[in-house]
Structures are given as C-alpha cells and as structure tokens.
Design a protein around this ligand. Sequence first.
Ligand code: AVI
Length: 319
Amino acid sequence: LLAGAAPRFLAPQPQPMTAEQQELRDGLLDHPAHIDPKFLYDALGSSLFTAITQLPEYYPTRCEAEIFTRHGQDIARHIGPVQAMIDLGAGDCVKAERLFSSLRPRHYVPIDISADYLQSAVRRLRLSYPDLRITPIGLDFSQALALPADIGAEQRLFFYPGSSIGNLDPQAALAMLRRIQRQCAGGGLLVGVDRVKPRQVLEPAYDDALHLTAAFNLNLLRHVNDLLGSDFDVDDWRHVALLNSDQSRIEMHLEARRSVMVAWPGGQRRFAAQERIHTENSYKFTPEAFTELLQRAGYHDIHHWSDARGWFSVFSARA
Ligand code: AVI
C-alpha cells in the first residue's frame, strides 16, 4: 500500500440471476408458492421416478406397457413407416425401446431435460442397436421444440408416453400438442394418457407405502437449493398428495411442518406452519376429453387403445 492511500475492499458483486433462478424465485414468492415439476428431475429425482414406476401402487407404467405389448402391432399399423422417432422426456429410454421391434424407426431422437441421465441410457442403447442412428438432445422442451436440421422432416413420429402430458395444465397441454403438431406435419403422435378413476386407486399411486414419492417430491428442495442457492431444510417439509376431482387432477404439495424462513441470495420468505408449495399436477382424462383436446390441437385420424381395466390409454393421431 502507498503511504496515505486508503485500503480498498471490493465488495463481492451480486451475480445476475439466470432465467431459471428468476423462475424459481418468482414461484417461491407467489401466493400460494409453486415450483414447476420439471425441477423434480435432477439425476437423483430421475432415479427416484424410475423406482416409483416399479411400485405396486404406481399403475400407469405397467398399464401402458400392457397396452404396447397387447396392441403394439395394431398401433404400428395405424402409425405406418417411421423415419425419426422423437422421444419427449425419454429418461431411461426403456419405453421407446420396447416399441423398436414393431415401429422399426431408422433414427431415434431421445430428448430429456436431464442430459446426464440420457447419456447413460444412450450408451446402453448404442451397444444393443448398433444399426440405429441415435441423436440424444438435452433440452427443456416445455418452452420450445426446435429440432436440429439433420433430423429429417419426413415420417416423424413424436412419442410422448407415460402421461407426461398430464403434468401440464390444460392451456399448456394444448400449446404443447400444437407445438408438436407444427413439427410433425404429415407425421404422427403417439401419446400416453392417464384416465379418470377412483380416489382409492389414485391417491396411493402418489403417496406410496415406501414413501418413494415423498422422497421424489422432497428431493425437489435439494435441487432448488443447488440451482438457487436457497437453504431449504428437507426435514422442515412433508409430502402431500391429494385428488382434486373438480379439476380432474392429482396435486402434489410440500407442506411446512413448522414456521420456517427460507433464504436465497437476494431474497427470503417465511412459510407459516402447514403452508404449502404446489409442486405438481397430474391431470387425468376421459377418452372423450383427450380426443377433443387432440382435435382442438389440429390432429385427425385419432385412435386409442386401453389396458384391460381401462385405467390408461394410448392415443395415436396424425398431424
Ligand atoms: C412423469 N409423470 C407423468 C408422473 C405422474 O404420474 O404425473 C410424475 C409423478 N409424480 C409423482 N409420481 C409420479
């Protein structure tokens, strides 16, 4: 230091928030607070979801697999030849893989927000299907669905299984179906949809005896801590799943066990005891309601297949 010069301390400059951090902050400050369900899927969340699909209470995955096993040939006949099979929310890619033998795509394009999880699934697929061209894409397709130019425009099949469409509210579901429709003119869509059914079946599917769904929901707080730098303590929160029959949806919430203060760089919020953060909706449809949604989104030539109990449906439609 020069004699007489005052020492200077540089205050750490606050980093500008990313769009993702702003989205999280805005949701936490809203009344009631909410966090988008896409944030459930960090690497651990994706693994927990895979475990959930193996639970006896969680019927959708098994029902959908039953439909593909029983009706795969008929579905393939309705869909016709497939150049590129574009798998929206591919995860472990297992669902699409089951259809490779009947649909025979030449090019498989799995898209998932969790790119790491996708990479390990794709490594496995490349060993089993050396002749299949595979182009994995790490993308949050909830906002935009721009595909790389090298994915041919001919005979595209968009595959949107597992009732993931049910995690969007009705306006967003319509927008998503329209976005897909614009990308696959002349091609088709194969989409899995969960059906309306009694509370005694629905609620345990989202609040299982092993508490895996609770772990899946609570893990969201850890993921938010990573992304936003917040200080959620998982022990302060409990998982809540309930059927909202007026809206035809299962809702997941995180409920504060006690009054808690949550802080993040540049902000904070107090949650009262029993106050909730809404973390997911899972809409359930009648076949008529979903057919109407597809028609409103511009699809035609609509068919659907169901499992023996009529708990789940797979729809095919032309764009
Ligand atoms: C991915 N999605 C269709 C699941 C569902 O059933 O809505 C997510 C899930 N949430 C709790 N359990 C499973």
